[in-house]
Write a protein that binds this ligand. Sequence first.
Ligand code: NAD
Length: 243
Amino acid sequence: MDLKGKTVIVTGSSRGIGEAIAEAYAKRGANIVLNARKPIAEEKVAHLESYGVTVKTLLGDVSDFETAKEIVSQAKELFGSVDVLVNNAGITRDKLIMRMDEEDFDATYQVNLKGTFNMIRHALPLMLKQRAGSIINISSVVGETGNTGQANYAASKAGIIGLTKSVAREAATRGITCNAIAPGFIETEMTDVLSEKIQEQMLTQIPLKRFGKAEEVANTAVFLSENSYITGQTISVNGGMYM
Ligand code: NAD
């Protein structure tokens, strides 16, 4: 897909990987719908607009079905189409399973997996009518490998891979692609909270011997949207951590 003038919704784009994804699409000339639960700094919006594109912020919790519907329908009203959906909003509630509360499991599932479903459920009918569209879901390397202390998160991210493949099969006849990206350890505020000891341990598992950058995930999303013959795939951006 040629991204110039297209409409791209990026959930959870107030910071980190989502912010970098929004910028990568803006650089290609796409108009951007930013989303997060809390207000997004005006400088960030202005920075994206400096690429000569239109940027709108639609705040709201993607884990709520009706809110997701509202985000998609407002995006369509503002821009006339929804061409790319990047489901990036995600949370962690790390604990060993023996100490994990029901709430830790439910909250992670609700945002990461249900939120992704909610947005696809509302955006896909528009894409089917357009006979074009690109859906990118942000999974994680731990959805492929599992991880101690992340049973809830890993389950939600593995679920995203199954969801991605199913949507890819259902939407393919109308020229719509759906892919997942499984980042490894990417330097963001989500990973800054991990102790130095854990960060050092992680480095020993990464053949490329460094953490990834948000831009490296963002460029992969753009690549997938631009390639109309790749669908149902999970692309690892993990420095070789899992092959
Ligand atoms: P982050 O915590 O820095 O940013 C998360 C964003 O999601 C924020 O903008 C937040 O406001 C938003 N968000 C959270 N819950 C939301 C909700 N219910 N509705 C709408 N927005 C919501 O995280 P990040 O490190 O930038 O990660 C982005 C995505 O990449 C997540 O899905 C995460 O699981 C995934 N990921 C990150 C890493 C990493 O190493 N950082 C690795 C693998 C996967």
